[in-house]
Design a protein around this ligand. Structure first.
Ligand code: KG4
Ligand code: ZN
Length: 378
C-alpha cells in the first residue's frame, strides 16, 4: 500500500510517500519521495524555535512540499498507478495517510493534523496518528531513498531515545509495546546541548555546533583544561539529569568572563568547554545505557532521535556494545539511524504508521478524535 506521511512536530515540515508491504515481522518499504523543509534559518535570530512563527511556516510549506512530493512520487512510480489526475482533489493513488500527533509543539502538530485530516477526507483514505518517538525508534531501519525492510531482531530490545525534548531508555517488548525504564528528570540532552551552545554564542541548533568544536579539539590530544559534573551517574536507577550539567557550564562561562570579559573570543577556550560538555553528556548516556544492557540482558540496542547524529555518542556506544575478552558472542547488536534520518522526518512516521495500521488490523481512530498531544507518551 502507498502511504503519505506528514510530520510537523517542531520546525521541520516533512512529507513523504512510501510503498509498504509485508506483515509486522517482515515489513518492507520503498521510498517514492521524501522531503523535509527546514525552518532553521527563520528561527536563528530567536536562538530557538519560535512556535507561532513555526506554525505559520508549516502552513505555508505544507501545500508546497505536498506538491513536490506528489510530483516526485508520480515520476518514481511510473506506470504503477500513482497519478495526479485532477489536481489535489482527486486521490492520486494513496491508500492511507499517517501524521504525527505528538509529542512536540501542539501549535505546530495541529498544522500537520488539520492538513492531514483535510486530505484524508478529500481522498477518502484512513488517517493513522503516529507517536513521533516511535517514528524515531523505527528510523534506524530506514533509508532516505531506495528500499529497505525492518529486519528480524534479537530480543530483548532496548531503545535510547535522545532528542531536543526527550531522553529516555525504553524496553521494547514488541513493536507498539513499550516500557520506559529511565528518563531525564529535567532537561533533555539535546536541549542541554542547545543551551550550552547558546552560552558559547554558537547559533541554534547548538548540538551539531558543540559536537563539531568538541570533535576537532578531541583530535588535538592535548590535556583538558575544564571539568564538568556527570549528574546522577552512579544513581541506582536509569534516570538522567542534564540541568545540573548545563548550570555548571553556565557558571564556568560566567566565572571565566569575570576574569576576562572577552574570553569567548578565545576559540581554544570555547572548544575546550564544548569538549568537556560533550564528554560529560555522552558519558551519562553511555554509562546508564550500559548498566541497563547488563540488567535486562539486552541483545539489540537502538539509539535514535536528533542527538543520535552525534559522532562521539556513536563511537562510545559502539565500544560499549562490543563484547569484552572472555565474553565472545555476547555482542549487543547496535542500530543508529542513517545520517539523513537522524533529525525529524516523515519517512519514519510512515514506517511507524504502517506497523500501527497492520498491528491494529487496519482499524483507525475516528478522524474527529485525532488531536495534537504535546506530551504524548510511548
Ligand atoms: O529529534 P530532533 O531533530 O527534534 C526533536 O524531536 O527534538 O532533535 C533535535 C535535537 C536538538 O537539540 C539538536 O541540537 C540535537 O538534536 N542534535 C545534536 C546533534 N545533532 C542534532 N546534539 C548533539 N550532537 C549532534 N551532532
Ligand atoms: Zn524528533
Amino acid at each position: 500500500m502507498k502511504i503519505l506521511s506528514i510530520e510537523t512536530s517542531c520546525d521541520d515540515t516533512g512529507i513523504s510517500i512510501i510503498e509498504a508491504t509485508g506483515g509486522i515481522n517482515n515489513a518492507s518499504f520503498k521510498v517514492l519521495a521524501n522531503n523535509v523543509s527546514s525552518q532553521i534559518d527563520i528561527h536563528i535570530p530567536y536562538g530557538g524555535v519560535f512556535p507561532a512563527l513555526a506554525k505559520r511556516e508549516h502552513e505555508k510549506n505544507l501545500p508546497l512540499v505536498l506538491e513536490k512530493t506528489l510530483k516526485e512520487a508520480t515520476a518514481k512510480a511510473g506506470q504503477a498507478k500513482l497519478k495526479q489526475k485532477n489536481g489535489i482533489n482527486s486521490n492520486p493513488g494513496i491508500d492511507a495517510i499517517t501524521v504525527t500527533h505528538g509529542p512536540g509543539l501542539e501549535i505546530t502538530l495541529w498544522t500537520g493534523i488539520v492538513f492531514a485530516k483535510e486530505l484524508a477526507q478529500k481522498w477518502n483514505v484512513p488517517l493513522v496518528p503516529v507517536n513521533h518517538m516511535e517514528g524515531h525508534m523505527l528510523s534506524v531501519f530506514g533509508k532516505g531513498k531506495g528500499s529497505f525492510k525492518i529486519p528480524k531482531i534479537k530480543t530483548p530490545v532496548m531503545a535510547l531515545l535522545v532528542s531536543g525534548g526527550h531522553t529516555e531508555l525504553v524496553l521494547v517488548k514488541k513493536w507498539m509495546d513499550y516500557k520506559i525504564i529511565g528518563q531525564t528528570l529535567d532537561d533533555a540532552v539535546g536541549e542541554a546541548f542547545d543551551k550550552a551552545a547558546r552560552m558559547l554564542n554558537l547559533p541554534y541548533p547548538g548540538g551539531p555546533q558543540i559536537s563539531k568544536l568538541a570533535e576537532e579539539e578531541r583530535k588535538n590530544l592535548g590535556s583538558q583544561i575544564f571539568s564538568l559534573p556527570r549528574p546522577m551517574l552512579y544513581t541506582k536507577n536509569f534516570d538522567f539529569s542534564f540541568s545540573g550539567l548545563k548550570t555548571a557550564a553556565l557558571y564556568l562561562v560566567r566565572d571565566l568572563q569575570k576574569e576576562n570579559p572577552n574570553i569567548l573570543q578565545d576559540e581554544k577556550i570555547k572548544a575546550q568547554i564544548a569538549l568537556e560538555f560533550e564528554n560529560a553528556a555522552i558519558e551519562c548516556l553511555v554509562y546508564k545505557t550500559k548498566k541497563a544492557i547488563e540488567k535486562y540482558k539486552i541483545k539489540t540496542l537502538i539509539v535514535a532521535g536528533g542527538v543520535s547524529a552525534n559522532k562521539y555518542l556513536k563511537s562510545e556506544m559502539e565500544k560499549a556494545t562490543v563484547a569484552t575478552a572472555g565474553q565472545a558472542g555476547k555482542n549487543v547488536k547496535l542500530y543508529f539511524p542513517p545520517k539523513e534520518l537522524t533529525g525529524d522526518n516523515s519517512l519514519m512516521i510512515g514506517m511507524a504508521g504502517y506497523i500501527n495500521y497492520i498491528k491494529n488490523k487496519k482499524k483507525v481512530p475516528k478522524i474527529d478524535s485525532i488531536k495534537a498531544t504535546g506530551n504524548l507518551r510511548l
